[in-house]
Design a protein around this ligand. Structure first.
Ligand code: NAP
Length: 276
């Protein structure tokens, strides 16, 4: 299977790192970018061919003309213009995959040839370390075979959940944006440690290593976050004091509101597109 990754920023970079770590042959992958300088740096970093639209305005069209699967990894605002740009160069059987938040399958289909199989995904950057999760929904032209081909891109580096397209905003709110929530937690824990008198470097290391270690425990088969939490929360102990303080201060509500804001932003992006 030949794969074209259009745009090689955070997300397509994470997908590529996962594919390479899972043993995909670099010769099967062609990536593109906008800036020629970044394309050269990415080519050295990943060991795959990367062309840039700065050097060659045909770079995206050339890449997709040879691909079985095309992954659109540009910002949501650029997805539809990229669909138009590659439209004439696509082979009819090539599957077009989007990783963009908020761009509906139907909108992409309007800017691609009739009948082109399209799949919308919501991956996350832990794919880079083999611990990603991906939500995936196919358009009407995407067969089970197409969905299997797209799932195979991710399966060496994460878990793929097939969901309804209407659930992808919720997937984005939980796992697409989720790594940033966890990084924020590590930042805030480090800041709290400094306030309690630790050196900044020590506090950062304690917080980051704790989040990473707790994440590894959660990755064990059948791990249950509530059970793991209860196991380290002795009655009337220090951890219970902290957890009660968080919950009394409304942490559950704050997290739910943040996730609603993420889903609302996806809906807003879709609406802006519909009216543009
Ligand atoms: N970041 C996340 O955690 C995350 C999670 C889930 C989904 N997503 C989705 O992933 C998509 C990309 O986000 P990102 O964070 O990876 O963005 P990013 O780091 O800014 O990457 C965007 C990439 O697109 C390239 N690009 C721009 N215009 C191009 C063109 N016409 N042809 C080819 N390449 C082009 C850019 O190249 P230059 O750098 O050379 O300009 C850059 O490599 C978004 O749609 C987002 O919704 C991201």
């Amino acid at each position: 299977m030949t794969v074209a990754l259009l745009g090689l920023g955070n997300m397509n970079g994470a997908i590529l790192a996962g594919m390479l770590a899972a043993g995909t042959d670099p010769a099967q992958i062609q990536a593109t970018g906008h800036s020629s300088e970044k394309a050269r740096a990415n080519q050295d970093r990943f060991g795959v061919a990367v062309t840039a639209t700065d050097d060659d305005p045909e770079a995206n069209r050339t890449a997709v003309s040879r691909a079985d699967v095309v992954v659109l990894g540009v910002k949501p605002k650029d997805i539809l213009s990229l669909c138009r740009e590659i439209s004439e160069a696509l082979r009819p059987e090539t599957v077009v995959v989007s990783v963009a938040a908020g761009i509906p399958l139907a909108a992409m289909q309007r800017h691609l040839p009739a009948g082109q199989p399209v799949v919308r995904t919501m991956p996350n950057t832990p794919l880079t370390v083999g611990m990603g999760v991906v939500g995936m929904a196919g358009g009407p032209e995407a067969t089970d075979e197409h969905l299997d081909a797209v799932a195979a891109l991710f399966e060496g580096s994460g878990t793929v959940h097939r969901v309804a397209e209407s659930q992808l905003d919720a997937v984005a709110a939980v796992s697409g944006s989720g790594p940033a929530y966890v990084f924020l937690l590590a930042e805030l824990m480090a800041a709290g440690g400094v306030e309690l008198g630790l050196d900044e470097a020590v506090a950062k290391d304690l917080a980051a290593a704790t989040v990473a270690g707790a994440g590894r425990m959660l990755a064990e088969p059948d791990a249950d976050p509530a059970a793991l939490r209860r196991a380290v929360t002795s009655p009337n102990g220090t951890t219970e004091a902290a957890i009660e303080s968080y919950l009394d201060s409304g942490l559950a509500d704050l997290i739910a509101r943040g996730m609603q804001a993420s889903a609302a932003r996806s809906a807003e992006i879709s609406e802006q597109l519909a009216s543009s």
